[in-house]
Design a protein around this ligand. Structure first.
Ligand code: CTP
Length: 404
């Protein structure tokens, strides 16, 4: 199922050059399964035409509160009652100032004021010149709108249409869509700090060679995203992978198991959930060559000696026991056979309350997986699904267990 399936989104455009990105945003919303009703202010029509937005959304666009197409002539009521969320992108400085005062002299502001506040979330994606963004008036308005229950997204940083560089660009459409999807997820981990390890580690042999494994990091990145969607403050410690950082997640990149170990120890003190999805190398080369190892005339092969890496999960689980249930640890086990038996044994060996087993060769690199959850009482299968869906289910399981 797509993330915005059965969701009806009112996409509001206000006057700003970032209107050009609203066309792509509209397509991205539809691609995620949403139906989209576009409402534009008169100023927005100076930047992009209603024809473009109608063609992309496959629905007639509304601009005026006097639009006679609605039989009761109350577009502001009808449109806001149908919506699962109202997303204003771009939200201009002027429009935010207007909303703040509850003014309603055009259809879009009228509709925002008329929305049932507890049922229809209002999400604003600001876009403006950097000086306008940092102006105390704008910052005051953002703070007050947030207090009034709107979700004001952050702004992007970089080159602006005016030629200046700084904060104030509208977020990219994909980021806005991720934030919108997050608003529909239950906030099961609100107030928690979740620490996630992900990906493989890389153990150097010499300056140009090393040993790694096939972990793609996708499950860990999905876990971090799902935890953020559930309202947690998330830190993701990632081995070498080429994956984009999920929205709202603080990412720390590491290379070796030793680096990952230090990064985890530096972050774990105030964490309340630790999820170890990383495929950490069990051993590293005892003495990394300072220079590239060269072939010899005699054809000798290098004599590599190994030393064991720290068991990050095992160590954190030990701290967790000392912290008396304040830190909930989840381990992963990638096995090739006898999943249930190995997963239960690994749960006990690592000393964690929950262990998630999966068949390694079947999942490495894939967008899908199937999980076996093992705790002290029970085992539970979560059937094949995409990794984000699995991560959301795992978040629900974790939330249930940390409530007890
Ligand atoms: N793990 C860890 N640090 C390590 C090794 C593993 O934190 N040095 C974590 C992994 O992130 C995972 C769990 O421990 O959550 C299981 O890892 P695995 O390597 O499968 O466990 P091992 O105890 O090494 O067992 P095996 O003999 O199967 O390799």
């Amino acid at each position: 199922m797509l993330d915005l399936q059965n969701k009806h989104i009112v996409l509001g455009l206000t006057g700003g050059i970032a209107c050009y990105k609203a066309a792509e945003l509209c397509r991205a919303l539809i691609k995620q399964g949403a139906s989209v009703q576009v409402v534009m202010t008169e100023s927005a029509t100076q930047f992009i035409t209603a024809v473009t937005m109608q063609a992309l959304s496959n629905r007639a666009v509304y601009v005026s509160q006097w639009d006679a197409r609605e039989p009761n002539n109350m577009a502001h009521i009808n449109l806001s009652r149908e919506a699962d969320a109202i997303l204003i992108a771009p939200a201009s400085a002027d429009f935010m100032a207007k909303l703040l005062h509850g003014r309603a002299d055009d259809l879009l502001s009228l509709m925002c004021l008329a929305r049932p506040v507890s049922e229809v979330p209002l999400i604003l994606a600001p876009a403006m010149n950097r000086e306008m963004w940092v102006n105390p008036a704008t910052q005051r308005n953002v703070a007050q709108l947030t207090q009034d229950g709107a979700l004001v997204l952050d702004v992007g940083q970089g080159d602006q249409a005016c030629g200046e560089t700084g904060d104030g660009r509208m977020l990219e459409p994909d980021d806005i869509v991720q934030d919108l999807i997050a608003t529909f997820q239950p906030k099961l981990l609100a107030g928690h700090k979740v620490l996630v390890t992900a990906g493989p580690t890389y153990e150097a042999i010499d300056p140009v060679r090393g040993i790694t494994n096939l972990s793609s990091g996708k499950m860990g990145f999905a876990m971090a995203r799902a935890a953020y969607e559930a309202g947690a403050n998330v830190t993701l410690i990632a081995g070498p992978v080429h994956l984009p950082t999920p929205r709202g997640v603080q990412r720390i990149d590491v290379r070796s198991a030793t680096d990952m170990h230090s990064a985890v120890l530096s972050q774990v003190a105030d964490a309340s959930v630790f999820v170890a999805t990383a495929a950490v190398a069990d051993w590293r080369v005892a003495k990394v060559a300072e220079q590239k190892i060269k072939k010899t005339a005699q054809g000798n092969t290098p004599d590599l000696q190994f030393t064991e890496n720290p068991d990050i999960l095992g160590e954190v689980a030990q701290t967790a026991r000392a912290r008396n249930g304040e830190l909930f640890c989840v381990g992963f086990a990638a096995e090739s056979h006898d999943l249930q038996k190995h997963a239960q044994a690994k749960r006990e060996k690592k000393g964690v309350p929950l262990l998630v087993g999966n068949i390694g060769p079947a999942t490495f690199g894939s967008d899908e997986n199937a999980l076996l959850l093992v705790d002290a009482q029970d085992t539970q299968e979560i059937p094949q699904a995409n990794k984000l869906d699995l991560a959301r289910k795992l978040v629900t399981e974790i939330a249930q267990r940390i409530k007890i």
